[in-house]
Design a protein around this ligand. Sequence first.
Ligand code: ADP
Ligand code: MG
Length: 256
Amino acid sequence: MGYVIAIANHKGGVGKTTSAINLGTLLALTGRKTLILDLDLQGTATSGLGVRKEDQAGLAGMLLEDKPPVDVCRPVYCEDLFVLPLGKQAATIEDEIRKNPLLMEKLESVLDRMAAAWDFVILDCPPTFGLIPNAAIRQATYTCIPVQCEFFSVEGLTAMLKRIQELQTAGGRSPRVGILLTMYTQGDESSDQVRKAVEQNFRSLLLAPIVPRDPILSHAPLIGIPAVLQAPESRGARAYLELAWEVMKHERQETG
Ligand code: ADP
Ligand code: MG
């Protein structure tokens, strides 16, 4: 079974998609088959990887039209990296699932099949707890929560952690959660306050790498090439390299 990493936070703009793209690319570069499952209606992970989301049947195509994975998962950059967006029918798919409970079962079995077929599946979650991201988090082996180093970022974090842990327990998994500090600016007061608050209150969950605020990371999606490929020496890329090592370490511990 592959290692499924949900990247989740109900706040928008905290670095979920940036983390999904760069972490996914690095894992694929190690020769492990990696799928980035873009669960956000906005489809920014898909477009950030240079794929036109408007043309894709996506996950909705698998659920509503029985499309096989090979027809909907798009290869990007290197042999081992793929992206799967929600697809053209993304806007209505949750309504369809609500109307037809059998579709929820189908979604769960599709997610299982994905986990079996890839070494790593990265779930780029939307900033909401909808039916699809909830089903995905239930199935995740590990949830990474990016927390932006800005005022108010820690508000609501305890409640969100509880929610994620409940979902993972409901999926029959022992909750495994890590907090990733993002957009950290050295010497900036709000950055340091968030870092201290997380260190004091969530020390055991805090991941070692801290992603700095780095314009390389924010400009990369404009070109559609992940920052870790464009500028591997940049501070932002190096932080994601450290994260990829951590994730591979966790994966080795889980799978023995
Ligand atoms: P989310 O998926 O949580 O909404 P994104 O990954 O889309 O967040 O990031 C929100 C914005 O911040 C984007 O414009 C992105 O390019 C930018 N960004 C993310 N991480 C960084 C970083 N470490 N340094 C600078 N800009 C960043
Ligand atoms: Mg996003």
